[in-house]
Design a protein around this ligand. Sequence first.
Ligand SMILES: [Zn+2]
Ligand SMILES: [Zn+2]
Length: 266
Amino acid sequence: MRFDYHMHTPLCGHAAGSPTEFAREAVKKGLSEIGFSDHNPMPTQYDEWRMAPDAFPEYLALVNEARECVPQLVVKLGLEADYIAGFEEHVRFLSGQADFDYLIGSVHYITPDWDVDNPSKLERWKDQPVEETWKQYFRCVAESAQSGLFDIIGHPDLCKKFTHIPEGDLLRFYAPALEAIADNRVCIEINTSGRHKPAKEAYPNKLFLEEALRRDIPIVISSDAHAPQEVGRDFDWAKQFAWDIGYREVQRFSRRKRSPHSIADF
Ligand SMILES: [Zn+2]
Ligand SMILES: [Zn+2]
């Protein structure tokens, strides 16, 4: 059985296709389970790429509609919640607003107004050395793991998206984040969408994942689909990637509890 826990809905303003269409596509591709994890609402309209502050009930309704229209598929409820220092209580509040199967904690913002993966803010990369930006990014990833708010850390090395990559051994950035993730027993995702971005490789890269395995950090494999045809994208590749590094299990989530599933059967 194969499952994909990272997918979006049109409520975030940059995804196409209804959850029901995502679900039908998943069935077509032979998946047995999917989960929606749209970008979380903020107390006020924070940016232009997430559901509106009052859209959460509609999100739940759309996920339920997919469940009803495609009954042969298990449809889980998740959320991709931004980790932004100062909004921990808001995320905690959101986590109590529905019966979530999992929460993905993602760092997009390294300061309250710089989302490093936003193509409209590429100029910001010139404001400081890449070294400093990466330090800030992975410091936020560590904090997101320490917050205790999340089950899965999303796209753990997203800061490489536009190929701004510091010189030398990148483990100096990864190690503190990996320690925090391991200490707090959080899972990470292999997010295949990075292969279709300028970085042209999955999040995270091979070194990060090797170091994650050394620390017994569990994984899920996710597409981060923003359109139905992206559901389960590159999963054969990702399965082999994880296997070659030495992973033998991926995690399933239900009501915020995880259970291992053999990669061989994925
Ligand atoms: Zn998105
Ligand atoms: Zn994301």
